[in-house]
Design a protein around this ligand. Structure first.
Ligand SMILES: [Zn+2]
Length: 119
């Protein structure tokens, strides 16, 4: 485990803005159909460590398959900043797309493959 830090981030056009407290040491590189097409790289946190600061009304909720995860993307620029779902133990979780974190250094993050395609 690395250390928790506060980060800010948002979509491309700036309508959607968020804050989160997370460990940026590693992130999940999932191979499911949506992560693959969107290039999503997630760090999951309990929902209380995530706060949407702007853009609630600008989000479009996209669900597919078993519809367990809400993929929230900006209706203007199309960027998915986060996804919301529930962990197997029932905890409400938010997956933050690390690509949307302000000034993120992708080279400093260890990406762990996750076989979401097989779920
Ligand atoms: Zn946007």
């Amino acid at each position: 485990m690395g250390e928790l830090r506060n980060v800010t981030g948002g979509c491309h056009c700036g309508l959607v803005r968020f804050e989160a407290t997370l460990d940026l040491g590693s992130a999940i590189a999932c191979n499911c159909s949506i992560c693959l097409k969107k290039g999503l790289l997630f760090v999951f946190v309990p929902e209380e460590r995530f706060a949407l600061r702007a853009g609630q009304e600008d989000l479009t909720d996209y669900q597919f398959g078993r519809k367990t995860i809400h993929h929230a993307f900006c209706s203007t620029c199309g960027v998915e900043t986060f996804a919301a779902g529930t962990a197997p133990d029932g905890t409400a979780m938010v997956g933050i797309n690390v690509r949307c974190i302000d000034d993120v250094d992708l080279a400093a993050i260890e990406f762990k493959p996750f076989d979401g395609r097989s779920l």
